[in-house]
Design a protein around this ligand. Sequence first.
Ligand code: IPE
Ligand code: IPE
Ligand code: MG
Length: 243
Amino acid sequence: MTKERCIPSHVAIIMDGNGRWAQQRKQLRAFGHRAGLKAVREIVSYAASIGIKVLTLYAFSSENWKRSSSEVSALISLFIYALNRETKNLHKNNIRLNIIGDVTRFNDQLQSMIFKAETLTKDNSGLILNIAANYGGRWDIMQSVHKITQKVKNGELRLDEITEERIGAEMSMGDFPDVDLVIRTGGEYRISNFLLWQIAYAEFYFTDTFWPDFNQTQFDNAINEFNQRERRFGAVLTEELTC
Ligand code: IPE
Ligand code: IPE
Ligand code: MG
């Protein structure tokens, strides 16, 4: 009997390589970002169809502001365009959309669109789609610490109540399971300040494929590779873990 494939509950993806994909085609970097949006659509719908519970996509890091103002504006315009165009569709497909990151740096129009999209989809019971925008793993730890210290200051929390669970609960996605699988496209082997706390026991999958070329088949390859891994969580494996 063949073993059934285990579908990771939470997959997080560093969608890298849009710029190089465009450069190879002698196009502007923004062209690559637009092509990347197509790959996002395909991967979101495939993730929902195979029963992934949480999909977290790194769209814009807290360090990406260092890029040229034209590239930053192109990325923000694309984000607005995608929210405008895709929110209804996500809702129709029972997908719950969350934006993680410091959204206060975005203009009022974008902040209000984010709020509307999250509110519209908040009760959906299908795939949870987190888009990391102006996100940094260090920022996330810092904002959790801020919330906790505020509670201590207000007398709502004692020092001995600051546990790992408590810190984790105040992080972005504190109410979702930890990440099982991190995928990075684009050939780099680094985390680039993406999730830090939430990946403590994640498996990593790196591919040279540029994000605009990442498709269902490649996603399947990553999940198949994940199925070959033996997750031990620090213990000595005595029997096969179920997923
Ligand atoms: C990832 O692609 C998208 C963002 C960081 C917004 P890049 O724009 O980093 O593409 P490369 O790595 O330069 O090819
Ligand atoms: C990470 O890619 C950020 C996103 C994919 C959104 P970068 O292209 O910004 O990462 P570095 O600069 O190569 O580390
Ligand atoms: Mg890059």
